[in-house]
Design a protein around this ligand. Sequence first.
Ligand code: DHB
Ligand code: MG
Length: 237
Amino acid sequence: MVYGQNSFFPRELLTPTTLDDWTREANFQRAHLIRDDEALDWAMKNCEDNQLPDINVEPAQGKFMSLLCQVVGVKRVVEVGTLGGYSTIWLGRGVPEDGKVITMEISPKYAEVARQNIEHAGLSHKVDVLTGAAADVLPTIGPDHSFDLIFVDADKKNNPTYYREAKRLVKKGGIIIVDNVVRNARTSNMSVQGAPDIDGVRALLKIVKDDKEVDATTLGTVGEKGYDGFMFCRVLP
Ligand code: DHB
Ligand code: MG
């Protein structure tokens, strides 16, 4: 079945919203649900001072992953793509004191900023920041099937490679989350051709479609960084 226009909500009531609406809404929700946070503010300022690109996950998504870790009892995490460690801090908070987050970053400069941010957040004992291309670093991590959650948020064109490694590392019954699978609805816009990031997301979706060992869904995200989405994937026990 192909889902089309919803027949209950008349289309004229579903007025188009804009990036300004999404940003206002994200801030409104956040003001109620996500407390002011010295460590995260410090991290964001450090990222800005060091001119890191402003492409970290939004607070809503970071906190979602932290809550997920706590609810599910996630202890061991691999993160592909550290950037400045913003999502890493949320994940580090989600795992228990004897938990571990292994994260990797291709840029030595970004990795150093991330280490500072993680140290300032008091999470260095739970987090290892590895420097190098994820395609080279991931094969050095193990043992196989020893991690509860893999979060993939790096260069999108290599998503198929990262997914293959995530499948090797994650426990049966574990979770793989991939950020940025919607890309402002360009993923499904077939007039977009030859964009390596979109090709990487489409290739990943095709792999997951044919993968009988997993069950997955897309959770749309919308906010100050536009319309995007998490792919949430359960590796079957
Ligand atoms: C980009 C990368 C991300 O991980 C993200 O969340 C948003 C944008 C990018 O490379 O454009
Ligand atoms: Mg991302």
